[in-house]
Design a protein around this ligand. Structure first.
Ligand code: DX5
Ligand code: ZN
Length: 252
């Protein structure tokens, strides 16, 4: 199993320490970029990724939870990102985008407060636009990742699965670490694994949200996860290095 510790859950007053922890067994370092628009939370941008890049040679696995992520591609490329993962639902990725039917919530989350439910919109994907987005990411020399919220089905993005390097299946609504794992996307992971087998496709299936060493990690692995993102399950544990090692052991 590939393991990608999420820096969002680490102690940012000791980023160097968090990086040293990840270097003891992890494969990538997961960087959650949020803009307060696509998701109801704010985190960090390219300068943080650049700082991490100065601290480590670990590939930086950048997860963009923002509107118009391509506008920031040059900045994240220059900052040393290895993987650039965009949400199919986000404005500017595959057309105008569409809001989540469920708002995520979590620690310190202003956006977690109850508000009016977002207007339900059809999932309109402009495949020519989406292909162009993925091509632009690869042309910049980065791995192109495509992320699916729990309300987006694998079948909706099937036409571009041949054009991605990574499929990020979200098992929480994006916006906060420490949310409980949702079961429904397990079917998406299984279908992605079946699609890969059937088509000999090379993309990596990454799973993000609520992953724990016991229960949810093994279930995601059994469904076909090849890379696991973990925030709380690593950085909020008494022995984070042991947690990384335990996640690495998981397999189908
Ligand atoms: C959620 C982020 C996740 C999050 C994972 O929106 O994309 O990467 O940091 O944190 P845990 O593993 O604690 O759910
Ligand atoms: Zn993430």
């Amino acid at each position: 199993m590939l393991v990608s510790p999420s820096i969002l859950s680490a102690d940012w007053s000791d980023l160097a320490g968090a990086v040293r922890t990840a270097e003891q067994g992890a494969d990538w370092l997961h960087c959650d970029v949020m803009d307060g628009h696509f998701v109801p939370n704010l985190t960090f941008g390219a300068p943080m990724v650049a700082a991490l890049h100065r601290l480590t040679k670990l590939p930086l696995d950048v997860h963009l939870m923002i509107d118009e992520p391509l506008a920031f591609l040059p900045a994240f490329a220059d900052a040393g990102s290895a993987i650039f993962t965009v949400h199919v639902e986000a404005p500017g990725v595959a057309g105008p985008g569409w809001p989540a039917p469920v708002r995520s919530r979590g620690e310190g989350g202003a956006g977690g407060a109850d508000g009016p439910a977002p207007e339900a919109k059809p999932h309109a994907i402009d495949f020519a636009h989406l292909r162009e987005t993925l091509k632009t990411i690869r042309a910049r020399g980065l791995k192109a990742g495509l992320a699916l919220r729990p309300d987006t089905q694998l079948e909706e993005v099937e036409p571009v699965l041949d054009a991605i390097d990574l499929l990020l299946v979200m098992t929480v609504y994006p916006g906060f670490s420490g949310q409980p794992f949702l079961d429904a996307p397990l079917a998406t992971i299984e279908r992605a694994a079946a699609w890969k087998r059937a088509h000999g496709a090379g993309f990596t299936i990454e799973v993000d949200g609520g992953i724990q060493v016991a229960d949810t990690g093994p279930r995601a692995a059994k469904a076909g996860a090849e890379a696991l993102v973990a925030g709380h399950a690593i950085y909020r544990q008494p022995d984070p290095v042991q947690a990384i090692r335990a996640l690495k052991e998981l397999h189908r």
